[in-house]
Design a protein around this ligand. Structure first.
Ligand code: SAH
Ligand code: F3S
Length: 481
C-alpha cells in the first residue's frame, strides 16, 4: 500500500524558486499519476511569465489550481473533497480564483462549473498554453473553459519549472495521450491521441537537468514503448510519411540510447511500458548502458486470457511470459513491477486464480493494485455490467495484496548482504539520522547519514530489510560520482 501512495501521491503543494518581480501568488497541487506532476511544472512555467510565484499557503493564494485525476471514482471524490476546503478559504478571501486542470476537467468540461460553484476555470491537459487568456477572462468576472484536445501539443518548447524538487530526480515527458483504448480506462478520453515529443527537445532537457545537478531522470509517457518521432504527427500517419522521414525515425529504443549516451552518468528510468509494445531492442538497449536502471514497470492488469481480451489488452498471458523470459535472459537481474486490476466485469474465480498464478510466475518486486472502478464513457461501462460484488472485489484485492507482499519480501531479501549503489534523494521519513534513496531496482534503501549528502551515489551494504525497504550502512562513494 505504501507504494501506491508513493506513486499516486495525495495532493502535494508545490514550490518553486521565486521570480523577483512576480507579485501574484499561485497555489498549485497535483493528484494522480506522474504525468500530472510533470504537467504542473509546465503550468508553473507558463504562469511564471504571467507574474505568478507559487506559495505553499492556500490562504495566501490569488489563484488556486488543482491538477486532477479521473482514473478511478475514488480519485475524483478526493478532489471534490479538496474543493470543499478551497470553498472554505474562499469565504475568507473572496478574490481568490479556483481553476481545475487535468483529466477531471477534460471529462466533466462545463459541467464542472454547474456541479461545483466554487470553480472559475476549467482547463484540459492540452490547453495549458491558453491559461494566460483564460485567467484574464476570469479576472474580468467571467468563467473560462478550454478543454480542446490537440493532436500536436507536446509542450516541447516549454522548459518546466521544477516544483517541490529534491534537486536530484526529475520527470521528462516524452509522449502525451494514449491510443490503446483499454476498455476500462478513461485516459484516452481525457488525454487524447498519442503523440511523441521532438527528441532534440528531450535531449536538451536531459542535458539541462544534468547541468543543474540532477542525477536521475524518468522518461514519462502513458505508453513509452510506442514513442515514435519522424518529424511530428500522429503515429498512424507514419506509413504515409516520406521515405526519408521513415528512414530517420526515432523509436523508443533509439531515444533511450540517445539519452543514455548524452549523459552517461545520469541514471535513466522510464514509465510506463506496455507489454504489447515493448521490443527486444528496448531490452537490449537497457543491457548496453550501465546508466539505464535494470527495472521495468510492466502493467499486466490480469492473468486471464479471457479478461485480457475483454480489457482489449493486445497480448495474451503466454506472450507476457515470453516477454518476461526475454527480459530475464537479456538482463538477469532486472526487476519488474506491475499494475493489476481485480473485479473487472465477468471476472470468475478461475480468472482470479490465473492472475495469482501469473504473479507466482513473475514474482514481481512490487506493484500497484486496484479494484475495478467503472468509468463513464469507457467501452467497459457502455458494454458490460459492473457485476462483481464489492465484497468479492475486496477479497480478491486482499489475495493479490498478500501475495505481492510475499514476493516483495522475497525480492528484497535477494539483495541482503550485497553492496547496492544508492542515489541519495532525501532524509528518511522515519529518522533524521538516516538518508533515503533507491537502488537501480527501485527499492528504497535507508542508511546512516555520516558525511554523505543528497545527490551522492553511495555504495551501501544491505544488512536488513522489510518487504519494501533495505536497511544498510554506507561503505563509500560509488565511482559514479
Ligand atoms: N499507461 C498508464 C496507465 C495509466 S492508469 C501509465 O502510464 O501508468 C494506471 C493504472 O490504473 C492502470 O495500469 C490500471 O491498472 C489502473 N486503472 C486504470 N483504469 C482503471 C479503472 N477503471 N479501475 C481500476 N483501475 C484502473
Ligand atoms: Fe489506459 Fe491502457 Fe492507455 S491503461 S493509459 S488505455 S495503455
Amino acid at each position: 500500500m505504501e507504494k501506491i501512495i508513493d506513486e499516486y501521491k495525495q495532493g502535494e503543494s508545490l514550490i518553486l524558486e521565486a521570480k523577483e518581480n512576480n507579485q501574484r501568488k499561485l497555489f498549485i497541487e497535483s493528484y494522480g499519476c506522474a504525468m500530472n506532476f510533470s504537467d504542473s511544472e509546465i503550468v508553473a512555467s507558463i504562469l511564471a511569465n504571467e507574474g505568478f510565484n507559487t506559495t505553499q499557503n492556500l490562504e495566501d493564494a490569488d489563484l488556486v489550481l488543482v491538477n486532477t485525476c479521473s482514473i478511478r471514482d475514488k480519485a475524483e471524490q478526493t478532489i471534490r473533497k479538496r474543493l470543499e476546503k478551497y470553498n472554505a478559504v474562499k469565504k475568507i478571501n473572496p478574490k481568490m480564483k479556483v481553476g481545475v486542470l487535468g483529466c477531471m476537467a477534460e471529462r466533466l468540461k462545463e459541467k464542472f462549473l454547474e456541479e461545483e460553484k466554487i470553480v472559475d476555470l476549467v482547463v484540459g491537459p492540452d490547453a495549458y498554453k491558453d491559461l494566460p487568456n483564460l485567467i484574464a477572462e476570469v479576472e474580468d468576472g467571467r468563467n473560462a473553459v478550454n478543454v480542446i484536445l490537440s493532436k500536436e501539443e507536446t509542450y516541447a518548447d516549454i522548459s518546466p519549472i521544477r516544483l517541490n524538487s529534491n534537486g536530484v530526480t526529475a520527470f521528462v515527458s516524452i509522449t502525451r495521450g494514449c491510443d490503446n483504448m483499454c476498455t476500462f480506462c478513461v485516459v484516452p478520453f481525457t488525454r487524447g491521441r498519442e503523440r511523441s515529443r521532438n527528441p532534440q527537445s528531450i535531449l536538451e532537457e536531459v542535458n539541462d537537468l544534468w547541468n543543474k545537478g540532477y542525477k536521475e531522470i524518468t522518461l514519462l509517457g502513458q505508453n513509452v514503448d510506442s514513442y515514435l518521432w519522424y518529424g511530428g504527427g500522429l503515429k498512424k500517419d507514419f506509413v504515409k510519411a516520406s521515405e526519408i522521414q521513415q528512414a530517420t525515425a526515432i523509436n523508443f529504443s533509439k531515444l533511450l540510447d540517445l539519452c543514455a549516451q548524452a549523459q552517461p552518468k545520469m541514471r535513466i528510468r522510464f514509465s510506463t511500458s506496455n507489454p504489447q509494445d515493448m521490443s527486444l531492442d528496448v531490452i537490449k538497449t537497457m543491457a548496453k548502458h550501465n546508466n539505464i536502471c535494470n527495472y521495468i514497470h510492466l502493467p499486466v492488469q490480469s492473468g486471464s486470457n479471457r479478461i485480457l481480451k475483454e480489457m482489449n489488452r493486445q497480448h495474451t498471458r503466454e506472450e507476457y511470459f515470453e516477454l518476461i523470459d526475454n527480459i530475464k535472459r537479456i538482463i538477469p537481474d532486472c526487476t519488474i513491477s506491475h499494475d493489476l486490476i481485480v473485479g473487472f466485469p465477468t471476472e470468475t474465480e478461475e480468472d482470479h486464480q490465473d492472475t495469482l498464478s501469473l504473479m507466482e510466475y513473475v514474482k514481481y518486486s512490487f506493484g500497484y493494485m486496484f479494484t475495478y472502478s467503472e468509468r463513464p464513457g469507457t467501452l467497459a461501462e457502455r458494454k458490460m455490467k459492473d457485476d462483481i460484488p464489492e465484497a468479492v472485489k475486496k477479497r480478491r484485492f486482499n489475495d493479490i495484496l498478500q501475495l505481492q507482499q510475499k514476493h516483495s519480501l522475497y525480492r528484497t531479501q535477494q539483495d541482503l548482504g550485497k553492496i547496492v549503489e544508492v542515489l541519495i534523494e532525501k532524509e528518511s521519513k522515519k529518522s533524521s539520522a538516516h538518508w533515503s534513496g533507491r537502488n537501480e531496482h527501485n527499492t528504497v534503501v535507508v542508511f546512516p547519514k555520516e558525511n554523505y549528502k543528497i545527490g551522492d551515489f553511495v555504495n551501501v551494504k544491505a544488512n536488513e530489510c522489510t518487504s519494501a525497504t533495505l536497511i544498510g550502512e554506507a561503505v563509500g562513494l560509488s565511482n559514479n560520482n
